[in-house]
Ligand binder design. Structure first.
Ligand code: NAD
Length: 437
């Protein structure tokens, strides 16, 4: 089997590398010549644990290659995956499908023989049909089917998620297309991964329903955490107490500063738009979006409150900038809201992130970027944990205290034990947990 992967970002590069590991011949295509040039030198355009080794192995094995030439990659391929970005359209929250439709037009011009064109990008219901229409209009003679195969991998554990997924969802409407997809995912069939075959529209909706459900689950536990603070309860015990119920499940019950990242914010907004346009509004998700937006602002207020009600003229040390650990992805990270809010309240910000700084430098102004956690804490009036990177979990707290001007620690990811922090002499604030006196 031979496939072309159009778009070599977080999803395209990981999916392409994993398919090549499954034994498929993969050509990854990107418009961004610098990305492709880097990949030729085994320089990864993103930080994802294990990706460089996986790519190097499969390039060496002759199953994985990179190009900017879409035409050569598509002609003769059994399947062409569209894995380009679908960001929020400025102004209305709809998914911007221009990259997908541009790719479809380019693909159409290069099709030879029967080809399955697969949308791997997260796309609203109806996009697959439109891709089909565009290809048909551009190339009335082409022999092809359009399939929806949304991706559920998570940044930071993307390779394992792709290789051992909970399920694979395939929206395909002909036996020929289903046969090609089965062959591509043969390795996962062998390990009995559940494969959900369904229609194009249903497959497209499954992806949004999954992401918005997860966003709602996070938002639920965040609100319960706020209530815990108000009544003196412990949100982690609540999460465990409810999560052990199989109908609820343990995962995604960790409170924090609000969800962020390149998927949940844009996908919740896009589904809200689709639902409104179709006259079937999703009021739960609309509320989730509003609560999450407000939450990020509230987190800045929490820091201000911990600093005796004012950060005017104070220096705040921020540890972690990415929306979660083990990625360099800064898209829609809570830090992008919380840091400017603190600056607006008069604080100066010192910050460090293990992988996100290169991106972050373009996204903030007036922030002092530091080389490591300890340098960040130097003479700061408070320490704020925004991302739960492992290296922040085991700091030397005597050193931390000696570096800070005041021992104020605001932990927006609950990575420390409140009793330990109080015993170590910190004024410790976390989310949804009582701090011992
Ligand atoms: P990304 O921005 O990292 O990568 C997209 C790539 O596509 C870029 O490198 C861009 O240069 C390239 N591109 C755009 N148009 C092109 C064209 N016509 N020809 C060749 N290359 C082109 O995006 P991503 O994070 O990989 O997301 C891709 C899609 O997958 C989105 O729809 C997203 O919602 C979805 N998704 C993302 C994740 C995630 O964790 N990032 C998880 C599941 C699904």
């Amino acid at each position: 089997m031979r496939i072309a992967m159009i778009g070599t970002g977080y999803v395209g590069l990981v999916s392409g590398a994993c398919f090549s590991e499954f034994g498929v011949d993969v050509v990854c295509v990107d418009k961004d010549a610098a990305k492709i040039e880097g990949l030729h030198a085994n320089r990864m355009p993103i930080y994802e644990p294990g990706l460089d080794a996986l790519v190097a192995d499969n390039v060496k094995g002759g199953r994985l290659s990179f190009t900017t030439d879409l035409k050569s990659a598509v002609s003769g391929a059994d399947a062409v995956f569209i894995a380009v970005g679908t960001p929020s359209r400025r102004g209305d929250g709809h998914a911007d499908l221009s990259y997908v439709y541009d790719a479809a037009r380019e693909i159409a011009q290069s099709l030879t023989g029967y080809t399955v064109v697969v949308t791997k990008s997260t796309v609203p219901v109806g996009t697959g049909r439109e891709v089909e229409r565009i290809i048909r209009e551009t190339r009335p003679d082409a022999d092809f089917d359009v399939v929806s195969n949304p991706e559920f991998l998570r940044e930071g554990s993307a390779i394992n998620d792709f290789m051992r997924p909970d399920r694979v969802v395939i929206g395909a409407e002909t036996d020929r297309a289903r046969a090609v997809m089965k062959q591509l995912y043969r390795v996962l069939y062998l390990i009995e991964t559940p494969i959900v075959f369904t229609s194009l529209e249903t497959s497209e909706l499954i992806k949004y329903a999954a992401n918005t459900f997860l966003a709602a689950k996070i938002t639920f536990i965040n609100e319960i955490a706020d209530l815990c603070e108000a009544v003196g309860a412990d949100v982690h015990d609540v999460a465990r107490g409810i999560g052990l119920d199989g109908r609820i499940g343990k995962k995604f019950l960790h409170p924090g500063p609000g969800y962020g990242g390149s998927c949940f914010p844009k996908d919740t907004l896009a589904l809200v738009r689709t639902a409104r346009d179709k006259g079937a509004p999703l009021r739960i998700i609309e509320t989730v979006v509003a609560i999450n937006d407000e939450r990020k602002r509230k987190m800045a207020d929490k820091v201000v409150a911990a600093c005796a009600g004012s950060v005017e003229g104070k220096s705040i040390a921020v540890l972690g900038l990415t929306f979660k650990p083990n990625t360099d992805d800064m898209r829609d990270s809570p830090s992008l809201e919380i840091i400017p809010a603190l600056q607006k309240a008069g604080a100066s910000i010192r910050a460090f992130d293990p992988e996100g700084m290169e991106e972050a430098r373009h996204m903030f102004s007036g922030v002092t970027f530091c080389e490591n956690a300890y340098e960040t804490l130097q003479s700061a009036d408070a320490m704020v944990v925004l991302t739960e990177w492992n290296e922040f979990r085991a700091l030397d707290f005597e050193r931390v205290k000696s570096l800070l001007r005041a021992p104020i620690l605001v932990d927006l990811r609950n990575i420390y034990n409140p009793a330990d922090m109080v015993a170590a002499g910190f004024q410790y604030v976390s989310i949804g947990r009582p701090t011992p006196k």
